[in-house]
Design a protein around this ligand. Sequence first.
Ligand code: HAM
Length: 437
Amino acid sequence: MNKKLKLQKPTGMHDILPSDQKYFEKVYNTCKSVADFYGFSKIDTPILEETELFIKGTGETTDIVQKEMFTLRTKGGDSLTLRPEFTPGIVRAYIEHGMKNLPQPVKLYSFGPLFRFEKPQAGRYRQFNQFNLEIIGEDSPIADVQIIQIFYNILSELKFKKLIVKINSIGDSQCRSYYRKLLTNYCRSRQRLLCSDCQRRLKENPLRVLDCKEETCQRTFSQAPQIIDHLCEECHSHFKLVLEFLDEIEMPYSLDPYLVRGLDYYTKTAFEIFVEDTAGTVPAQQGQSPLSKSALSGGGRYDNMVKIFSGEDVAAVGGAMGVERIILAMKGLDIKLTETPNIQIFLIQLGELAKRKSLKLLEGFRKAKIQISEALGKDSLKTQLGIANKLKIKYVLILGQKEALDGTIIIKDMELEKQEIVKLEEVVGEMKRRLKA
Ligand code: HAM
């Protein structure tokens, strides 16, 4: 039973080290400011939800529900699942909190961790973070375009260039059933060329075969009938308007008739955003052609989820982007962050009295919003100076035993190698003046 502790993070999960936090902050701040501008409010939902919510919401035949959920049984016997995506939880909250009674649409954004038991590879993790947007209670195609535009704007603000939006309409329950038959007939005659997953998908949810990442399957489907040729009138005119709005805002998009996305709930518009550069992007998933890189963002319309949960007719559209995937691509493309300025002041204290006075002095700097570094646990001058040198500090403040008794402090300019003594109560003001200069 005494198994040796491996001291390793779980497979497919990662630590976000202090050195990477600045990327997460940059992505979060950019997402937040764009979402605020477009009138979205933040919503946080629990990381665990009832398993049934994802079976019904995400869809029984999706890879997520069939293979990728982290599910646990509580001591009370309930089955809960670590959320593999935000959308079903947010729709649950919309219904549970009667948001239908608010002015519609309700625009919500979220940021946080998700869990999918996937085969880990670059840009594909078992725990990852998403920024997610939902517009609930709006059936106009302009909402589809606004979602796409927001993700596009966020990625542009993060300095991604050559972005391309891939877009398709996958119709609704009316037109999809006819197309499903056409596609099934097409696949049946080529069944032996399909992978075992596609053979299964063909029985359970034929449209999903188009999402297969296997090269031979992708080749087989390259001649398959296309759903946009078989849309009903309503889906056709919705999609036409989406494209017209995209033209209006000069959004670079390309029609991808085989884009179906891996989730069951989409109706009408489905989209994904990629970066066109071949160098530096997130590597293609295993089995994908080099051109089909991993999407930075994806989403679409889902007009049936509220109905599935509560029976009410409420149209919705949304999307999400993977934060780790974006950071990986930023690094791959050498997108630089603006450097945060180094801390310029270091406090050295020597002796008991000086140590005690240091605590109050630091408070003075905090209130004046001046960054200052210290090593209060250390006692020797040499050690503290060594740390200040490593941090490339410009000003060292020395509070020795004598100074602590006199109520003074030494300011040492490390670059000019000059020092002067000032009154302790004046040092914050003096440093403010020097930093401004
Ligand atoms: P999704 O396409 O499953 O959609 O995920 C959206 C984005 O999350 C992907 O484009 C990718 O950047 C990132 N992502 C997905 N899986 C992983 C993973 N294993 N590791 C790292 N990043 C990943 C959704 O989740 C939908 N809920 C989006 C949506 C919202 N549709 C409507 N509303």
